[in-house]
Design a binder for this molecule. Structure first.
Ligand code: HEC
Ligand code: HEC
Ligand code: HEC
Ligand code: HEC
Ligand code: HEC
Length: 232
C-alpha cells in the first residue's frame, strides 16, 4: 500500500471535507450576525408595527394640529397607575358638533348611544407579571415621548420602543438624563430620544428616591433595579 495510515481519505475527499466544514462555519457566523441584527431591529418587539383599530384615532390631527393635551383623553397619565383609554363620552364632547354627520364618526356616536365601548386594540402591553405605574414616571419628570415616541406625529398609534426588561433597566440604572421639569412631560418635543446610543450601559442602580428633581417621598432603600420593583 502506497498510502500511509494517516490518510484514510483521498486528498480530494479531504479537501472537499475541509471546504464543507469552513462553509458550514461561515453560514453559522452569518446566521449569528443576522440573529443579532434582527434582535436589535425591534421587529420582534413590534416597534413601528401598525395595528388596525376599529375607528380612526389620529393623534396627529388631535394633538399635532389642534394642540390637544394628552390629559384631556388619558386622564390617569399624570397621577394614576394607568394612563387610561378615553370613553366615547370624551370624544362626543366635540364630535356631537365637529364632523357630526361624517361616516368616520358614526361608530363613535353609535358606541355613545349603545354604551358599548369601542374595542381598541392595545399598542403598548406588558405581560401581567410586570408592574408599571405611570404616575411615578410623570412625577419624576420622565416625558411621555421618552417611552411612546412622537405620538403627535402618528396618524395611527404604533409602539415606538421595545418595552423589554433591558430597556426599562437601562434607564433605571441612571434616569437623570431623561428627567426634566414636570410641566414639560406632556410636551412632545421636550426631550430627546431614548435610549441614546451608548448610554449608561454599565452603571449601577441608584437607590429609589435619590434621583434629582425628586418631588415625592423617597421610596426607601430599595434600588430601582431591584427585581421586586417591577415584579411584585
Ligand atoms: C382626542 C383624545 C386623545 C388625545 C388628546 C390623546 N390620545 Fe392617545 N389615544 C387616544 C385613543 C382613543 C387611543 C386608543 C386608540 C389607539 O391606540 O390609537 C389612544 C392611544 C394612545 C396610546 C397607545 C395606548 C395603547 O397601549 O394601546 C398612547 C401611547 C397614547 N395614546 C399616547 C398619547 C399621548 C402621549 C398624548 C399626548 C401627546 C395623547 N395620547 C393624546 C386618544 C387620545
Ligand atoms: C377637543 C375636541 C375633540 C375631541 C375631544 C375629539 N376630537 Fe376627533 N376631531 C376633532 C377635530 C377638530 C377634528 C378635525 C376636524 C376636521 O377635519 O374638520 C377631529 C377629527 C376626527 C376624526 C376624523 C379624522 C380621521 O382621523 O379620520 C375622527 C375619526 C375623530 N376625530 C375621532 C375622535 C375620537 C375617537 C375621539 C375620542 C377618543 C375624538 N375624536 C375626540 C376634535 C376632537
Ligand atoms: C417610563 C415609560 C413610560 C412613560 C414615561 C409613559 N408611558 Fe405610557 N405606557 C408605558 C408602558 C410600559 C405601558 C404599558 C403598560 C401595561 O401594559 O401595563 C404604557 C401604556 C400607556 C397607555 C395605554 C393605557 C394604559 O393606561 O395602560 C397610554 C394611553 C399611555 N401609556 C399614555 C401615556 C402618556 C399620555 C404618557 C405621558 C404622561 C405616558 N404614557 C408616559 C410606558 C410609559
Ligand atoms: C426613561 C427612564 C425610565 C424608563 C424607560 C423606565 N423607568 Fe421606571 N422609573 C423611572 C424613574 C425616574 C423612577 C423613579 C425612581 C425614584 O423614585 O427614585 C421610576 C420608577 C419606577 C417604579 C417604582 C414605582 C413605585 O411606586 O415603586 C416602577 C415599578 C417602574 N419604574 C417600572 C418601570 C418599568 C416596568 C419600565 C419598563 C416598561 C420602566 N419603569 C421604564 C424612570 C424610567
Ligand atoms: C424596571 C423594571 C424591571 C426590573 C427592575 C426587573 N424586571 Fe424582569 N421584566 C421586566 C419587564 C418589562 C419584563 C417583560 C419583558 C418582555 O415582555 O419582553 C420582564 C421579564 C422578566 C422575566 C421573563 C423573561 C422572559 O424572557 O420572558 C424574568 C424571568 C424576569 N423579568 C426576572 C427579573 C429578575 C430576576 C429581576 C431582578 C434582577 C428583574 N426581572 C428586574 C421589568 C423589570
Amino acid at each position: 500500500m502506497a498510502r500511509n495510515m494517516g490518510q484514510i481519505f483521498s486528498r480530494r475527499a479531504d479537501f472537499l471535507f475541509r471546504c464543507l466544514v469552513w462553509t458550514l462555519a461561515g453560514v453559522f457566523c452569518l446566521l449569528l450576525v443576522a440573529a443579532y441584527l434582527w434582535s436589535g431591529s425591534g421587529y420582534q418587539a413590534r416597534i413601528g408595527v401598525i395595528i388596525p383599530q376599529p375607528v380612526s384615532m389620529n393623534h396627529k390631527i388631535h394633538v399635532g394640529d389642534y394642540g390637544m393635551d394628552c390629559r384631556y383623553c388619558h386622564t390617569g397619565a399624570e397621577r394614576g397607575v394607568f394612563a387610561g383609554i378615553p370613553s366615547t363620552e370624551i370624544c362626543m364632547q366635540c364630535h356631537n358638533e365637529i364632523l357630526k354627520d361624517d361616516p368616520r364618526i358614526a361608530p363613535i356616536a353609535q358606541s355613545y348611544e349603545s354604551g358599548d365601548p369601542i374595542a381598541w386594540t392595545r399598542v403598548s402591553d406588558l405581560p401581567d407579571y410586570v408592574y408599571f405605574d405611570h404616575g411615578i414616571h410623570t412625577t419624576k419628570g420622565v416625558a411621555c415621548q421618552t417611552c411612546h415616541g412622537r405620538v403627535d406625529q402618528m396618524d395611527v398609534t404604533y409602539r415606538a420602543k421595545a418595552f423589554t426588561m433591558g430597556w426599562c433597566l437601562r434607564c433605571h440604572r441612571d434616569p437623570a438624563p431623561w428627567q426634566g421639569p414636570v410641566e414639560d412631560v406632556f410636551k412632545m418635543d421636550a426631550r430627546g430620544d431614548w435610549p441614546r446610543r451608548g448610554a449608561v450601559l454599565m452603571s449601577s442602580g441608584r437607590p429609589l428616591g435619590t434621583v434629582p428633581d425628586s418631588q415625592s417621598e423617597p421610596l426607601g432603600t430599595v434600588s430601582s433595579t431591584d427585581c421586586t420593583v417591577c415584579h411584585r
